[in-house]
Design a protein around this ligand. Sequence first.
Ligand SMILES: Cc1cc2nc3c(=O)[nH]c(=O)nc-3n(C[C@H](O)[C@H](O)[C@H](O)COP(=O)(O)OP(=O)(O)OC[C@H]3O[C@@H](n4cnc5c(N)ncnc54)[C@H](O)[C@@H]3O)c2cc1C
Length: 432
Amino acid sequence: MSKNIAIIGAGFLGLTVALRCAQRGDTVTVFESGAEIGGLASAWKIGDVVWDKHYHVTLLSDAYTRKIVEDIGLADEFEWVETKTGFYTEGKLYSMSNTLEFLKFPPLDIISKLRLGGTIFYASRVKDWKVLEKISVEKWLTKLSGKSTFEKMWRPLLKAKLGDAYKKTSAAFIWATIQRMYAARNSGLKKEMFGYVRGGYARVLENLAKKLTDLGVSIKLESKIDRIEPADNNKVNVINSGVYSIFDAVVLTCPSSVAADLVPAFTPKERQTLSGVKYQGIVCASVLTKTPISDYYVTNITDETPFTGVIEMSALVDKKEFGGNHLIYLPKYVEPDDAMFELSDDEIEKRFLAGLEKMYPSFKRDAVVDFRVSKVRQVFPLPVLNYSSSVPSIKTSVPNVFVVNSAHILNGTLNVNETVALAERFVIEHKI
Ligand SMILES: Cc1cc2nc3c(=O)[nH]c(=O)nc-3n(C[C@H](O)[C@H](O)[C@H](O)COP(=O)(O)OP(=O)(O)OC[C@H]3O[C@@H](n4cnc5c(N)ncnc54)[C@H](O)[C@@H]3O)c2cc1C
């Protein structure tokens, strides 16, 4: 029997659930607090260019992302590119795109390199990730790679994504990261092929929205849900600016702590588990420039810089997409209460451009066409020790209210592929 379903959040999770439910004949309404769909994968305008607010790449091995892109008619619009990786350490930029370059890499001696290579190979072979949840990432990597390699390489790289929270993080985090990179290299071509859809996520989302609208899905933008309450006969009320709408089932895809506040009928224990999920945030700048800074898609940084990595999108994406300009992302991953969130965009611009000038002597500020800053306090849950034993249940104590979000990605990193896979599993397993 077809149902009337509300989905809270128009990110990839909510939109995929909406698509599958609508395809099987349900009536679906998606409520999104933002002015556009896409959530973390949404697009914005920088200069005259419309491109992803946060850098996004698809791997050849991302079967779920590729399937949904195929379902919306864009399978032939992928561009696949072999990319290069840079490494900035002790004030110098090195290429680290193949084994030979790794072997030549001066900051590590040959023994450290062998141990580092061995660690990555070993991690790629580990199957039981649950064992790794019990040990801290610092202990595990130090044991495998040695103290000096941990200090010189691993700690800066962990800090780049986790800040000081790396101290609370389990080895499952680095395992999941290495597994994803190995999947990229082992998908047929044995090369690190990265892909994007021509037109970026703006185009993917436009096609997805059209497909949903054709299926009768109603997408309500600028509709921040304030409360969700149980109603008679196991139905559920969704309350938006004092207006009640009644549904057979409600699926919340917002961060767990937001979900905890939205449903007063949750038990205290449930609310505590939901609010207990600790998130990592990000301040991510997009810089549109007239000139390139390198030919590396990703540059990992081990030195102290205002940002924790450099992603030069135009080393992957045809610069025709950027009107002949170059697009660079400067992410800084921070905890949700970090002082960075209080800084003005102008101050962030000043600090980040000074950082670029220091790293790349050829970079000139007058080459900058536009600079924009995105700040998100809750991007992904920190995989703390024994994380999987404290994950909130998707099915809640309130009949027909479900909470499903990135907290339920247990053995992977946050990416669209894992998000879509989670949505597909949710629709099948929970028979909402
Ligand atoms: C910097 C960065 C880089 C990334 N790089 C990649 C990459 O290279 N490749 C890749 O595949 N993935 C990448 N990702 C991950 C990808 O963006 C996510 O996996 C995906 O977008 C998560 O979708 P989601 O629906 O789970 O969450 P979200 O996108 O966060 O969606 C949740 C939605 O809920 C809405 N919401 C919250 N509260 C309410 C409320 N009360 N009422 C109504 N709506 C509400 C929010 O506005 C939001 O739109 C990256 C992410 C970031 C931030």
